[in-house]
Design a protein around this ligand. Structure first.
Ligand SMILES: [Zn+2]
Ligand SMILES: [Zn+2]
Ligand SMILES: [Zn+2]
Length: 160
């Protein structure tokens, strides 16, 4: 990864200790480290493995515990993109009840999951008696770069 090439706008500044204490999470070194990584280094959806490989030396099980705690407290959205691996993304909902979640796009080729934060989950008419807590909306297909790749192979010169 080339860190010195900022192609996505970075959030200017977060007070990580405040984010944790606002949610009633006790501040520890590992939790701070994990929080910084998922807010700053990783864009879009990520797995435990993504965080562990960013952190290098961190103990995977304590990273996992931090991620679990963050999602219980509503700091993270849990995403089941069908890959069999639990994915997470940072919650930017106005409150942490995820009532205004966003659509996720999973690429069937590179298996990356993207947060389409500009695309809100449409409200669906559900039968009476059912009580929605969270909704998840996954679209599958090809991401822009994979889509480009497949198109460039399509246009390879044909032998007639
Ligand atoms: Zn949320
Ligand atoms: Zn892709
Ligand atoms: Zn997301």
């Amino acid at each position: 990864m080339n860190q010195s090439h900022p192609h996505t706008p970075q959030p200017s500044f977060y007070d990580y200790e405040q984010i944790l204490s606002q949610e009633g999470i006790r501040v520890t070194a590992v939790r701070l480290l994990v929080l910084k990584t998922i807010y700053n280094t990783i864009s879009g959806a990520f797995s435990l493995q993504d965080v562990v490989s960013q952190l290098g030396t961190a103990d995977p099980s304590s990273v996992f515990r931090a991620l679990t705690l963050f999602s219980q407290k509503g700091l993270l959205h849990l995403i089941d993109d069908g890959s069999g691996v639990q994915k997470y993304c940072v919650c930017h909902c106005p409150d942490h009840h995820h009532h205004s979640g966003h659509i996720h796009f999973t690429c069937t080729l590179c298996h990356k999951t993207f947060c389409l934060t500009e695309v809100p989950i449409p409200s669906v008419p559900i039968p009476q008696g059912f009580d929605i807590e969270e909704s998840e909306y996954i679209i599958k297909g090809l991401c822009p770069s994979c889509s480009k790749k497949t198109h460039s192979t399509d246009s390879s010169p044909e032998v007639i």
